[in-house]
Ligand binder design. Structure first.
Ligand code: FE2
Ligand code: FE2
Length: 244
């Protein structure tokens, strides 16, 4: 994608300091001291496009992030969930919520992914869509036999059968149950099937181009280059290896 443009910081070795949120608590040692000591005329910290990643278009759209940034498993999961909702004739609001529900897991943050994802998309979608993205996270943990939703078997595998949800998840699920948009978030949890439980057909991001055009307010400057409350989050995904 537009690889004729020169890469930034030419002539230098561009050092990458991983973000602490993805490193702390793992066995990966903190390389900050070592890298700082290495700085000289030809060793600098990376700022701007990283040649190890596909180059984003100058005015990125929502689906460009599915094409050029998000991990394979998340892309298949989001497209699969949205396609199932679409095939069932669900509303465009619901299909959008399914398409976006785990967007934070694509290449931003996993902890509290529903909350991060909701903030990320809120400036660009109907309030109901962002609300469903936020509350699908807590509602996933609570069965609703009236609509045939059970605690996911995959969660027993992910977290172990004795996992107890924290108080804020209980509180937020309880709140969501009494909300007028409850069924939107609940339906997201019902289309939220992991690929290994599902023989999903491959779905291309192109399939949702028209629906996204109608339901996502694409900024003319491109995501990350506008001045919304979450544009910094999109920029972080464009340049995930920036030092600052
Ligand atoms: Fe989720
Ligand atoms: Fe999901």
């Amino acid at each position: 994608m537009q690889n004729d443009r020169p890469w930034p910081q030419s002539g230098c070795e561009r050092m990458i300091l991983p973000s602490p949120i993805g490193r702390i608590g793992t066995n990966t040692p903190d390389p900050e001291g070592e890298l700082v000591a290495k700085m000289d005329d030809t060793h600098v910290f990376m700022m701007g496009d990283n040649p190890a990643l596909p180059r984003m278009p100058e005015k990125p759209t929502l689906l460009d992030f599915y094409r050029y940034r998000f991990g394979d498993i998340t892309v298949r999961h989001l497209l699969g969930a949205a396609k199932r909702a679409f095939d069932d004739g669900r509303s465009e609001t619901l299909v959008m919520a399914c398409l976006l529900h785990d967007i934070s897991n694509g290449c931003l943050l996993r902890p509290d992914h529903g909350y991060w994802g909701a903030q990320l998309v809120a400036p660009y979608v109907d309030a109901e869509v962002a609300w469903a993205v936020k509350y699908h996270q807590s509602l996933r943990y609570f069965a609703d036999p009236d609509v045939g939703y059970q605690y996911p078997k995959s969660y027993d595998r992910f977290f172990g059968p004795d996992y107890q949800v924290p108080a804020y998840i209980r509180r937020d699920a309880e709140y969501a149950k009494g909300h007028k948009w409850y069924m939107t978030a609940r339906l997201v949890t019902m289309y939220d099937i992991y690929f290994f439980d599902d023989v999903a057909q491959e779905v291309s991001p192109d399939f949702f181009e028209d629906l996204v055009a109608r339901n996502f307010r694409q900024p003319p400057e491109g995501l990350g280059h506008d001045d919304s409350a979450s544009s910094h989050m999109w920029r972080t995904m464009i340049w995930p290896n920036n030092f600052l």
